[in-house]
Design a binder for this molecule. Structure first.
Ligand code: HGY
Ligand code: MN
Ligand code: MN
Length: 416
C-alpha cells in the first residue's frame, strides 16, 4: 500500500532559482555571501523572504528577537504547527547554502503543497531564526537560544560587535524587531534541512544524512594582558608578550583536541592583538577558543585541561589572563520519532541515507529542548563550509528538500 503522498516531490528548479536569487543579496568578495546578522543586507534578505512568503499565501509573524514565522493554515488551526526552517544570516565569508537551504527548503515545502492543493491537519510555519552564526554577535544560535529559554533576551540585546554596536539596537535599526514575545509559540515538531558542512556524505556518495545527534560546543573568550614595549630595544627576558601567549594557547588547544580523536575538534578562529603595530610587543590579545565533542565528558575534560594550560603558559610569560565562556551547549540527541520520519522519507523516496552526528551547531540543537526536533542533511562539495567556495549540487538540494517535504507533511498529516 503506497504511503500517503508517496510520490510527493518538490519543484527542484524553483528551489534552486530561489537559492540563487537570495545569494544576490549581501554578496561576498569570492562568490559567496556576506549577509551578517542584523546588517542592512540581512534586512534586504528578510524583505525578499517575506515577499515570497506572502506570495505563497503565508501570514508572517515576527518576535522580539526578529525571528520570522510564516504560517500556512491547517485544517485545524487550534493544533500546534509543524515548524520548518533554519537561518538566512551568513558568516562574513560565508557560502550561499549554509542556513539558506533550510529556510528556502521550508518555503519550497509550502509552495509545493500549494501547487498540489494539499491541506495539512496541523498548520505549518516556515521559520528564519535570527543570528544563527554568532559571528558578528556571540553566541551562535542566539534567537533560537532565547526562544528555548537558555539565553536571556535582555542580556543578548546588549551584546556588541567589534565596532561596539549593540545587537538590540541594530535589530531595531534595520526595522525587524517584532512585538511578539519570544518562546510563547507551541511547536508540534521542528525540522531543519542543512548542508553537512563536512565530507562524510560526499565521500561515501550518500544523498541524505539522517541527523541523530549534534555535538556539544564551548566558546571560551580569552583575554591575555602583558605589556606593550619596543620590539627592538626590549631584552627578551624582560618581555611580557601577550601575542606569544596567544600562540602557545592556540597550539595547546590543537594538541588537546588531538588527544581525543577521532571525534573531538578544537581551534581558534577569532583573534585580535593590541595595539597590532609591527614594532610594538603585543600588550593584549583577545581570542575565542572553539572546542566541540559528541561526548559531554570529553568536552568538559578539554575545557579543564585548557584552563590549566592557560594558567601555566601565563605564569611562565608573566602575563595576566581572563576567560569568559561566551557560548556553550551540551551534545544533543534528536527526537526518535522525528528522526524516523526523516529516515522513512529517504527510504520511501529511494535516496541513499545514513545516520550522522552534526559537527556544526544549528538552531535545531536549541529547539530540540522545547519540541520534538530532527534534521536532514545533504552533502556539500569537499565538505567545505564557512568558506565562500561552499557549493552543493541541485540534485543534493532537491533530495534534501524532498525528504524534508515528506517528513513535514507526514508529521502535519494530510486531510485532503
Ligand atoms: O558554529 C556553528 O557550528 C554554526 O555554524 N553556527
Ligand atoms: Mn548554519
Ligand atoms: Mn554556519
Amino acid at each position: 500500500m503506497a504511503a500517503p503522498g508517496e510520490n510527493l516531490r518538490i519543484n527542484s528548479d524553483r528551489l534552486w532559482d530561489s537559492l540563487m536569487e537570495m545569494a544576490k543579496i549581501g554578496p561576498g568578495i569570492a562568490g559567496g555571501n556576506n549577509r551578517q546578522t542584523v546588517t542592512d543586507e540581512d534586512g534586504e534578505g528578510r524583505h525578499l523572504f517575506k515577499r515570497w512568503c506572502e506570495e505563497a499565501g503565508l501570514e508572517m509573524g515576527l518576535d522580539e528577537m526578529g525571528t520570522m514565522f510564516a504560517r500556512r493554515e491547517g485544517a485545524d488551526p487550534s493544533l500546534p504547527p509543524v515548524y520548518v526552517g533554519s537561518h538566512l544570516d551568513t558568516q562574513p565569508t560565508g557560502g550561499k547554502y549554509d542556513g539558506v537551504l533550510g529556510v528556502l527548503g521550508g518555503l519550497e515545502v509550502v509552495r509545493s503543497l500549494n501547487d498540489l492543493g494539499i491541506k495539512t491537519r496541523h498548520p505549518i510555519v516556515v521559520t528564519n531564526w535570527t543570528n544563527e552564526e554568532g559571528s558578528r554577535f556571540a553566541p551562535a544560535m542566539m534567537a533560537s537560544g532565547v526562544f528555548a529559554g537558555v539565553l536571556d533576551q535582555a542580556d543578548v540585546y546588549e551584546h556588541t560587535d567589534k565596532a561596539g554596536k549593540k545587537f538590540g539596537e541594530e535589530l531595531e535599526r534595520i526595522g525587524w524587531n517584532g512585538t511578539e514575545k519570544v518562546g510563547e509559540r507551541k511547536i508540534h515538531a521542528f525540522f531543519e534541512l542543512h548542508i553537512e558542512q563536512g565530507p562524510i556524505l560526499e565521500d561515501e556518495d550518500i544523498d541524505i544524512g539522517v541527523v541523530t545527534h549534534g555535538q556539544g560546543l564551548k566558546w571560551l573568550q580569552v583575554t591575555l594582558t602583558g605589556k606593550e614595549a619596543h620590539t627592538g630595544s626590549t631584552p627578551m627576558p624582560k618581555r611580557r608578550n601577550a601575542g606569544l601567549g596567544m600562540a602557545r594557547v592556540i597550539e595547546l588547544v590543537h594538541e588537546i583536541a588531538m588527544d581525543y580523536q577521532p571525534d573531538a575538534v578544537g581551534a581558534v578562529g577569532h583573534m585580535e592583538v593590541f595595539p597590532n603595530s609591527r614594532n610594538i610587543i603585543a600588550g593584549r590579545a583577545v581570542f575565542t577558543i572553539d572546542i566541540r565533542s559528541p561526548e559531554k565528558e570529553v568536552l568538559d575534560a578539554m575545557d579543564g585541561r585548557i584552563r590549566e594550560g592557560i594558567d601555566t603558559i601565563c605564569e611562565a610569560l608573566d602575563i595576566q589572563y581572563g576567560i569568559e565562556q561566551v557560548g556553550a551547549f551540551d551534545p544533543v540527541t534528536f527526537d526518535a520519532g522525528c528522526v524516523k520520519a526523516i529516515r522513512d522519507a529517504a527510504e520511501r523516496l529511494g535516496y541513499s541515507h545514513r545516520n550522522i552526528v552534526s559537527g556544526a551547531g544549528h538552531d535545531a540543537c536549541w529547539i530540540n529542548r522545547v519540541a520534538p526536533t530532527a534534521m536532514v542533511m545533504c552533502p556539500c562539495v569537499d565538505g567545505l563550509s564557512h568558506n565562500e567556495a561552499e557549493e552543493i549540487t541541485k540534485e543534493w538540494a532537491s533530495a534534501g528538500a524532498d525528504v524534508l517535504f515528506h517528513a513535514v507533511v507526514e508529521t502535519a498529516g494530510i486531510v485532503e
